[in-house]
Design a protein. Structure first.
Length: 64
């Protein structure tokens, strides 16, 4: 028995729904980005910090 490429984790999907999502995923995978989109570069570092990486104590006179 072969395993399916797409699996429904929760709920019941009809064959038409699975076919529709497969078509959308294949179309997005085949799409070529525009030339202007290739030259755009985002930030190298996130503009926010994760709380678990912050020190646990801050002085009372400092705030964020």
């Amino acid at each position: 028995m072969s395993t399916p490429d797409i699996r429904v984790e929760k709920g019941h999907a009809e064959p038409e729904e699975v076919a529709a999502i497969t078509a959308v995923l294949l179309a997005r995978a085949a799409a070529q980005p525009e030339p202007s989109a290739r030259t755009h570069r985002g930030r190298a570092k996130a503009g926010w910090r994760r709380l678990e990486r912050e020190p646990g104590f801050r002085a009372p006179h400092s705030w964020h």
